[in-house]
Design a protein around this ligand. Structure first.
Ligand code: TTP
Ligand code: CA
Ligand code: CA
Length: 614
């Protein structure tokens, strides 16, 4: 439960109109009372909130350095012709991600060039090759995914249990350190844990002034006054209790980053601040091997010179519209615009723009369900498939990837059970751009390329008319409805313990006993529709598609998968970044608007028009 804001915490309540001089940075040094310290869960409005974002340095390149046992050599990772990762030694030669590989070799003749592993037709495992063939090979990012999973586990193990860890991309994670920091703070300053008998306002009495923080060894401070030389300001400016909290967070991060280095060999960089947006933003302030701390007092001067179009979601049409409307480019330029004006021009929901410009972000750090409900291997074909027989080589390649992904996932969650195998193909000429077939997946423990390929080939034959002329440009193969051990086993149990209590749709003749149970709480009881947890939209199956329970479930799973594709496409269209071949690496995360004046979880309305397709 969040504590009721006391009347004297005016800054907790919505914004007053921004004034020219305050610019709305009005909550940088909130008064901390005993009530704050005794409250168990102030959530995202905790005035002593401490969030960190930890990102691996030159991640894919680091994975390859460690795999090859060459710690200090300049190295780049190539995906076809694009440089996708450049290690720090290579960066000293002026090599950048945008560069052409020949140019990179020219700058550094001893450059180690690793092409990402690829799957070739019929191979069960991806392999490293110097010159993989785009026409027959498929990229494998499996080793990076595996390292990523291990690293996330180490973050969780290395931090106190009450820290929250959320994977943010393949090489980064957010950590909410507020609770462990609070505990350490109260241990170190036990006088804060108890309201003194003579406290004039009881629980609402402000706590005594904080000690001066010594930031040595804790990281790089983003300066409060960047114009001044050196970090002299850190000693002169009295610390706040939030600074004390940040410094404890920095200790925790230092420790966990050292553990990652010791156990896995990776160096990381972290940003530590009062929310996710700022933590992500300052994580790249000093890279590599650094942690940067953004004190509240440093927020205004850090934000003001920033090009606002660099901020996620302000990079696209909305950013362009703001730039055009006011003919400006920096955050500072936009601070004189009042909330009212912004909302009049860009809709009520633009409060999140107003807030983000002031470094305010109330999004939560939340551990996502680590279990992916679906797994997809897809390939854009270099040459279109024009007849049935040409598809088999790709199906085998995709089957190999899918089998490996499932087996990898089973290493962390044994007995993962996908319920459905879905094959889909996109024909350039067809009216319906993507056609699919799916089948229930049996509970087989041994999943290998042969088993998956055999099932997929069957689907392929069902999908493709041998007499039709084809022009298929993309094939994807996926597992959907993946469940973990407990639910899987329970389902099998109930299968053996017939008769089971009535289930709403037990008109089925298949033996897919779990099918009666929606795999997700978002799926309607009668398996006719699901509600997307991201946009709240309900999608229903057409009546004709509904036959057996297994078919309903497969069709729903497919619909969910396609709906997720749609969100992915939408996300990508919000952050135009054509130079990026892969989407795994995170950008500045302004996760969705904060709550005030907002409709619950609904997508922005007034500003929605700025997020459409270009
Ligand atoms: P990043 O974290 O953006 O970059 P990085 O880890 O290589 O370097 P830095 O030290 O600056 O953080 O991306 C993580 C990985 O994601 C990167 O190693 C390779 C992959 N990636 C791509 O495949 N394509 C891209 O365009 C980007 C940006 C990353
Ligand atoms: Ca990185
Ligand atoms: Ca990253």
């Amino acid at each position: 439960m969040s504590a009721k804001p006391n009347s004297k915490f005016k800054s907790w309540k919505g914004k007053d109109k921004a004034t020219e001089d305050s610019s709305g940075f009005d909550d940088l040094n909130p008064t901390i009372t005993y009530r704050h310290l005794s409250a168990h869960n102030l959530g995202v409005r905790d005035p002593l909130r401490v969030i960190a974002l930890c990102d691996s340095d030159a991640f894919y390149a680091a994975c390859e350095m460690i795999r090859l046992g060459i710690p200090d050599k300049p190295l780049v990772v190539l995906q076809w012709q694009s440089l996708i990762a450049v290690n720090y030694p290579a960066r000293t030669f002026g090599i950048t991600r945008m560069m052409n590989i020949d140019k990179a070799k020219e700058l550094c003749p001893e450059l180690v060039v690793v092409h990402v592993a690829t799957y070739a037709d019929g191979e069960q495992e991806p392999a490293y090759r110097d010159n993989p063939d785009t026409r027959t090979h498929k990229i494998s990012l499996d080793i990076y995914r595996r390292e990523s999973v291990k690293m996330l586990q180490l973050y969780k193990q290395g931090l106190p249990e009450n820290a929250e860890v959320e994977k943010a991309s393949i090489d980064e994670a957010f950590m909410d350190l507020t609770r462990p920091v609070r505990q350490i703070l109260l241990d170190r300053y036990p006088h804060l844990a108890r309201v003194p008998d003579d406290a004039p306002m009881g629980l609402d009495t402000p706590i005594p002034p904080p000690p001066q923080v010594s930031w040595n060894e804790l990281g790089t401070l983003v300066p409060i006054n960047p114009a001044q030389e050196s970090d002299a300001d850190s000693d002169d400016i009295p610390s706040t209790w939030h600074d004390v909290a940040l410094s404890i967070g920095a200790e925790l991060m230092e420790k966990v980053r050292q553990e990652i280095k010791a156990k896995m060999g990776y160096t990381t960089s972290a940003g530590i601040a009062r929310n996710k947006f700022l933590a992500k933003l300052c994580a790249s302030y000093r890279k590599p091997m650094g942690q940067s701390i953004l004190r509240n007092a440093a927020i205004p001067n850090y934000m003001k010179p920033m090009a606002f179009q660099k901020i996620r979601f302000l990079g696209g049409k909305l950013g362009n519209a703001l730039a055009a409307e006011y003919d400006v480019s920096t955050v500072g330029d936009l601070l004189s615009i009042t909330l009212d004006e912004m909302q009049n021009k860009f809709g009520e929901e633009s409060i999140w723009v107003y807030e983000v410009l002031r470094g305010i972000d109330y999004s939560e750090v939340k551990e996502k369900q680590t279990l992916n409900k679906s797994m997809l291997a897809a390939k854009n074909l270099p040459e279109p498939v024009t007849k049935l027989s040409e598809g088999y080589q790709w199906i085998r390649t995709l089957a190999a990837e899918l089998a490996l992904r499932l087996n990898d996932a089973r290493e962390t969650t044994p007995n993962l059970w996908p319920k459905t195998l879905v094959l889909s193909a996109r024909d350039v000429r067809a009216h319906e751009s993507r056609r699919s077939k799916q089948a229930p997946w049996p509970f087989v423990r041994e999943v290998n390329v042969d088993v998956v390929a055999a099932a997929a080939e069957k689907l392929w034959k069902d999908l493709i008319d041998p007499h039709a002329s084809l022009k298929i440009i993309n094939i994807s193969l996926g597992f959907t409805g993946i469940e973990g051990i407990e639910s899987g086993l329970k389902s099998i149990d109930t299968f053996f313990k017939a008769p089971t209590p009535k289930r709403p749709l037990e008109d089925d003749t298949t033996n897919d006993d779990t099918a009666a149970k929606p795999s997700s709480k978002n799926i309607s009881k009668d398996l006719s529709s699901f509600v997307c947890s991201r946009c709240g939209q309900r999608s229903s199956l057409p009546q004709s598609a509904i036959q057996t329970i297994a078919e309903r479930q497969s069709a729903l799973a497919l619909m969910q998968m396609e709906h997720e594709d749609f969100h992915l496409a939408l996300d990508l269209s919000k952050v135009p970044d054509p130079a990026r071949p892969l989407r795994e690496a995170g950008r500045v995360a302004v996760t969705k608007p904060a709550k005030k004046k907002r409709r619950k979880e609904s997508p922005p309305r007034g500003i929605a028009k700025f997020f459409g397709k270009s």
